[in-house]
Design a protein around this ligand. Structure first.
Ligand SMILES: Cc1cc2nc3c(=O)[nH]c(=O)nc-3n(C[C@H](O)[C@H](O)[C@H](O)COP(=O)(O)OP(=O)(O)OC[C@H]3O[C@@H](n4cnc5c(N)ncnc54)[C@H](O)[C@@H]3O)c2cc1C
Length: 421
């Protein structure tokens, strides 16, 4: 931590000796003002990074972030923390490439330890066809300027000896390694952006639920909240799993379904996972946190829900996949699991766009890949809000692609079924 951040080794020792009473809140707790230039609905990773970049890149600081709960209580604090830029299709490729570059400079930029760890993301393949696809995907990544290595089974074994290589049903044909990918501490990312935005003058207003959006003659005028009406020249929706509900306040019907995704953490173990590994037969991914817990997850629960908790059939499915990939995991105890509400779009790719209402903006559809998008999404959304122009890396994230069918980015090749992306 830097000299002026209020953190230092001396401070830690002093507080340890004198009862930890001298720490100050990291951001203010202001009452909402009557009027703002920009109101951001949603204090998740994307809302906070949008506020930060509005202030830092565009000098717009008369901004409020309205959060119905507390900062970090949504998906930004519930995900499995995987960061990567290993997409194949134009649109996603350049966006995630830009986002990963922002991750690489984030700690210096925010002067905050977000524990960004580029420990590598390895996707396993289990057939010739899958290996061919990974070769193409790797080439796209390299063409985009990112890193990719196609690994042989022997190279995979050297990287991850704990994997079951003798499984006749799911043989390991190799892997696609993306060494600049990895993990970060999710809630520290929220706190870092929150502090950065607050110190630049943004009001972070917690326990403030938006209940209505005021529109007059096709122009947005402000919002109704549980803490009163707030006027605003521009309103930016960025509420992840609640996107359909909040957009409905402006009379919009979005092509979004909300689904539950679960995550699991084991008891702390000695280091056994080198980085992030994803199993190519079924949807299963695993890494190890710095505290030693194995962090893993799988598919959505497969039906729409606003319940931020999961169900037993998917737990069983995830445990099956874990045991198939690395049977030794059966000795570890699961300590806890939880769910988050995902805003699933029909092509599995997000939306950063204006709406038909003047001054009203929309950012949603991150599915279960939005943590790694936190810096890129905030940067591009702030650019759109401030300038009215689409930021180049996010220029294809248009809402009307679902109306016209042109420009869809179906990375998974699963068609327009929300729960399969
Ligand atoms: C189990 C799980 C694992 C995941 N793993 C990964 C991963 O490994 N890598 C990855 O890239 N992504 C992952 N994701 C996805 C990622 O977490 C999300 O895409 C991303 O966090 C969503 O954006 P956000 O941070 O802004 O959302 P959130 O943190 O959910 O922020 C939205 C905020 O809006 C607030 N809000 C909603 N309605 C209102 C209202 N009416 N008024 C005011 N505020 C409101 C909510 O309270 C919430 O705080 C995972 C998600 C889950 C649940």
């Amino acid at each position: 931590m830097g000299l002026f951040s209020g953190y230092s080794g001396v401070k830690v020792i002093k507080e340890g000796l004198f009862g930890q009473k001298g720490w100050k809140p990291v951001w203010r707790d202001p009452a909402p003002k009557a009027d703002y230039d920009v109101v951001i609905i949603g204090g998740g990773g994307h809302g906070l990074s949008t506020a930060y970049y509005l202030a830092k890149e565009h000098g717009i600081t008369n901004v409020a972030v309205l959060e119905k709960g507390y900062i970090g209580g949504g998906n930004v604090g519930r995900n499995t923390t995987i960061v990567r830029a290993n997409y194949m299709l134009p649109g996603n490729s350049e966006f995630y490439s830009h986002s990963l570059k922002l991750w690489e400079g984030m700690e210096q930029d925010l002067n905050y330890n977000t524990m960004m760890s580029q420990r590598g993301v390895m996707m396993l393949c289990h057939s010739d066809g899958q290996r061919d696809y990974f070769a193409r995907r790797g080439n796209s990544m390299v063409n985009q300027g990112d890193d990719a290595e196609l690994l042989t089974p022997e190279q995979v074994r050297a990287e991850a000896p704990m994997i079951d290589f003798d499984n006749v049903r799911f043989p390991i044909y190799g892997g696609l390694m993306h060494r600049r990918g990895g993990t970060a501490r999710h809630d520290a990312v929220a706190w870092g952006y929150a502090r950065g935005a607050d110190t630049r003058g943004v009001d972070l207003i917690q326990n403030c639920e938006v209940t209505g959006i005021d529109i007059e003659g096709g122009v947005v005028r402000g919002v109704q909240t549980t803490r009163g009406a707030i006027r605003a020249k521009k309103v930016a929706i960025v509420v992840a799993g609640r996107s359909s509900q909040v957009a409905a306040m402006a009379g919009m019907r979005l092509p979004i379904e909300s689904h539950v995704l679960q995550a699991f953490v084991s008891e702390g173990l000695k280091p056994i996972m080198p980085g992030v590994i994803s199993f190519g037969m079924g949807h299963f991914y695993i890494s190890q946190s710095d505290k030693g817990g194995l962090v893993f997850g799988g598919d959505l629960d497969f039906y729409s829900s606003y319940a931020a908790r999961g169900n037993l059939p998917m737990k069983e499915h995830v445990m099956d996949a874990a045991m198939t990939l690395m049977p030794s995991i059966g000795k570890a105890k699961v300590l806890r699991s939880w769910g988050g509400i995902m805003d699933m779009s029909p092509d599995g790719s997000p939306i950063i766009d204006k709406t038909d209402t003047d001054g009203l903006f929309l950012n949603c559809g991150w599915c279960y890949g939005g943590f790694k998008a936190v810096p890129g999404s905030g940067f591009s959304y702030a650019h759109l809000i401030a300038t009215g122009q689409h930021h180049k890396p996010a220029a294809r994230y248009r809402l009307d692609r679902f109306r016209t069918g042109a420009g869809l980015m179906d990375e998974e090749g699963t068609g327009s079924q929300h729960n399969l992306h």
